[in-house]
Write a protein that binds this ligand. Structure first.
Ligand SMILES: Nc1ncnc2c1ncn2[C@@H]1O[C@H](COP(=O)(O)OP(=O)(O)OP(=O)(O)O)[C@@H](O)[C@H]1O
Length: 317
């Protein structure tokens, strides 16, 4: 495991308990997405990991070594993109920024230039190497920010709200870049409020509520467990008889009927073949199934409700 966080807690002087007893792992080659409402404790956690803030309690292990007072082994291998404009010098070109940020990381000009050129080429921005940052689009600026964070080829990349203010195309580019980096073995930890982006990009999810971790695990497991119940909408060509309805009800729960359209919940996947067999005797006008996404998962945990407003399914955190 690249990074292990154990029992992290932090309160501020004004009495705010920002995080409490957080434990999680950040593996290499995966994108871990930190989700939670404003004030949940995401930035505080990132700051502690980056040694910008001291925890009251807790331990951090990097490559299985406990970091005590010296975070250098972690910081040397970490690139950071914070949610602000302070990641770059806007009056300088990408190449000048690479040389500056490279020097901060102990790289000489030649190596910084070489690494910078490689990154620009990889992310299709070679033609902008000598354009001042001010003159680049917001999306390009964000890519250059990520390149600056990657200048010394770190194993770990931390990004706070990397898609904030970006248009769809730029979000897609950031997504492609982060997925490429993860496939090359970089461990990525990012915060985001954009759940559709998180759903596309996350391998792992950390869900934090009022400073406490309420879900930690793979996105696939999380969605799979959450989708044990299948939501199915069937439109028949004509209304069902009472008998037919009773048979349908013995297979799936009918949650609403609108003319010939039935909304069903199938809580047991074994009943799927029974349902399909039942449906083959009818002329169907439409059939839809809907999987719950991360937005429903977050709603369930954060607001305590699920799709139909009740709390009756989900996973235990
Ligand atoms: N320096 C500080 N002094 C006092 N309280 C703070 C300080 N920094 C953060 N907090 C409080 O700690 C809690 C967690 O804040 P944090 O910034 O970590 O949340 P967040 O999840 O990153 O929120 P956002 O999504 O808005 O960035 C909040 O209640 C916040 O007001």
């Amino acid at each position: 495991m690249l990074l292990k966080v154990r029992n992290l807690s932090k309160s501020f002087q004004n009495g705010t308990k920002a995080i409490e007893d957080l434990s999680f792992d950040i593996p290499a080659g995966k994108i871990t997405t930190f989700l939670g409402f404003n004030g949940a404790g995401k930035t505080t956690s990132l700051k502690i990991i980056l040694n910008l803030l001291l925890p009251d309690e807790g331990k951090i292990y990097f490559e299985n070594k406990l970091l005590k007072n010296d975070f250098t082994p972690l910081l040397k291998q970490t690139g950071v993109v914070l949610e602000s404009a302070r990641n770059m010098f806007y009056a300088l070109t990408p190449m000048e920024n690479f040389i500056y940020w490279g020097a901060q990381r102990g790289l000489n000009k030649k190596v910084a230039r070489k690494n910078g050129l490689e990154l620009l080429e990889k992310f299709d921005l070679l033609s902008k190497k000598d354009t001042v940052i001010f003159e680049l689009s917001r999306g390009m600026q964000q890519i250059i920010t990520i390149c600056c964070a990657l200048i010394s080829k770190p194993k770990f990349l931390v990004l706070d709200e990397p898609t904030l203010g970006l248009d769809i195309e730029a979000v897609e580019t950031v997504e492609r870049i982060l997925k490429t980096l993860a496939s090359e073995g970089v461990a990525i930890l990012l915060t985001t409020h954009e759940l559709a982006f998180a759903q596309r990009i996350a391998d792992q999810i950390l869900l934090i509520k009022k400073g406490r971790l309420i879900y930690s695990g793979s996105k696939a497991d999380c969605l799979d467990k959450f989708n044990q119940e299948k939501f199915i909408t069937v439109q028949f060509s004509q209304a069902l008889s009472n008998n037919q309805r009773a048979v349908l009800e013995s297979i799936a729960k009918i949650i609403s009927i609108n003319n010939t359209t039935y909304q069903l919940i199938l809580s047991n996947r074994k009943n799927l073949s029974h349902l399909l067999k039942f449906l083959t005797q009818f002329k169907l006008m439409d059939l839809k199934t809907k999987n719950k996404g991360l937005n429903e998962v977050v709603d369930f945990y954060m607001k305590g409700k699920n799709e139909d407003g009740s709390i009756k399914s989900g996973i235990s955190a």
